[in-house]
Write a new protein. Sequence first.
Length: 190
Amino acid sequence: MKVGVLALQGASASHRSMLARLGAEAVAVRTEADLAGVDALVIPGGESTTISMLLASSGLFDPLAARLDDGLPVFGTCAGMILLATEVLDGRDDQRWFGAIDTAVRRNAYGRQVDSFEADLPVTGMDGPPFPAVFIRAPVVERVGPGVTVLATVDDRPVLCRQGNVLVSAFHPELSDDPRLHALFLEEVM
Ligand code: GLN
């Protein structure tokens, strides 16, 4: 199984090393041909408005939307979570997103004083200690639809959600030295 990591902008390399550490073949996805060769995809953190723009200019937006419609397993982290939501609040007018998981997310909504923080996160179904989650100008999930399972929360707000083949986190799991969430993606979502 080949796992792609969208590499237009943002935290792509650390996702690839985490996936490789778990024995997956991890490749950067920058073109339609790259996308055609992968069995699953990670959409990393970064800047969702920039990634949206680069998806359009690289011609990747529509092919990726089609793969997602076909059920491509995908893990969206932070900006990736924003790009996969059905509703984006406080987005830029020209920003586009995929609507692959029934959530409404508000960009940068944790507020300035807590732009970045860490939280020890109990995750439903995960053995061992809580997951050390790093949040960087993270989106807040303001609504989840009935088909969405919330796997972790911070202050009663969902921060890790799943709907079918779509897994999203408001935080950056590739920045913690802990491969359990990538393993969950490879073993359960794919
Ligand atoms: N604030 C960014 C956005 O709106 C997301 C931040 C991140 O991915 N770390 O896209």
